[in-house]
Write a protein that binds this ligand. Structure first.
Ligand code: ADP
Length: 255
């Protein structure tokens, strides 16, 4: 506890020094995602992320943006333990991911919903089976699975489409199935990598509004996107990466 308080206090003073008002209000003793001097160098020698420091609290929604190759996907991969940092620490729900081994990785991923640009649905399975997948892996009872899958599909506006094959759905609907699958196990953290990359502006806005609804019920949401006009309209916190460095961390003035 003392160590944690110390960490928090030193963090407050560092951020206070940089930006007196905007950052202090953002600090919480219970950050759900915390990056502490995180760098990632791929085996090729390329440093994709350099010395990242930030934290996201419970129920906070933020975007990570930047040019292609800035490190957005890498940042999300570190949270999902698809990649590991070369230096520094990533903590999710106070779990230091550096200490996480095989079983712990599976447990961590159950607490993180993931949405991808290309939805990654199983095309030979029904919508129901796709959304049920995380619950089956978690060993949830059969009748409970039915209830939760229907609730998740209801949230994304696709109740009644359980028996359909993904190919029978529009691109926007497929993405919404991907989102239902990500939230069906009610994870505390939702991360999305360019979730609107294949959608037109209207569908993109609908998908973003959905993410906003999950934030409203306490989910911590982090979305990688290069769609600046959409990000601006959302009025949420924005982390800006440039060649792997966090060069800005702000909330648009309109919010
Ligand atoms: P973004 O999502 O912002 O486009 P990425 O995180 O995908 O950026 O990539 C950041 C940098 O790291 C890029 O220069 C990319 O080429 C490099 N990179 C990404 N993945 C790998 C990998 N597996 N091996 C080597 N370099 C990689």
């Amino acid at each position: 506890m003392r160590a944690r308080l110390f960490r928090l206090t030193s963090h407050v003073s560092r951020l206070t020094f940089c930006r007196p008002t905007s950052h202090v209000s953002r600090l919480t003793a219970f950050a759900v995602i915390r990056f502490d001097r995180v760098s990632k160098r791929y085996p090729s020698g390329h440093e994709a992320l350099s010395e990242l420091n930030f934290e996201l609290g419970r129920g906070e929604m933020a975007f990570v943006t930047g040019h292609s190759g800035a490190g957005k996907s890498t940042l999300l991969k570190l949270i999902a333990l698809v990649e590991r940092p070369s230096r520094g620490q990533v903590l999710v729900d106070d779990q230091n991911l550096a200490n996480t081994r095989r079983r712990g990785i599976a447990a961590l991923r159950r607490r993180i919903g993931m949405v991808f640009q290309d939805h990654r649905l199983l095309l030979d399975r029904s919508v129901f089976d796709n959304v049920a997948l995380p619950l089956i892996i978690a060993g949830v009872a059969r009748d409970e699975i039915g209830k939760r899958v229907r609730a998740a599909l209801d949230k994304v506006g696709l109740l009644g489409r359980e028996a359909d094959a993904p190919v029978a759905l529009s691109t926007g609907e497929q993405q919404r199935v991907g989102i239902a699958r990500a939230i069906v196990a009610k994870p505390p953290v939702l991360i999305a990598d360019e979730p609107t990359g294949n959608l037109d502006p209207q569908l993109s806005a609908e998908v973003m509004a959905l993410f906003g609804e999950f934030q409203q019920v306490g989910t911590t949401v982090l979305i990688a996107s290069h769609d600046l006009s959409l990000i601006k309209r959302m009025g949420k916190r924005v982390l800006v990466l440039d060649h792997g460095r966090l060069i800005d961390d702000f909330r648009p003035a309109s919010s």
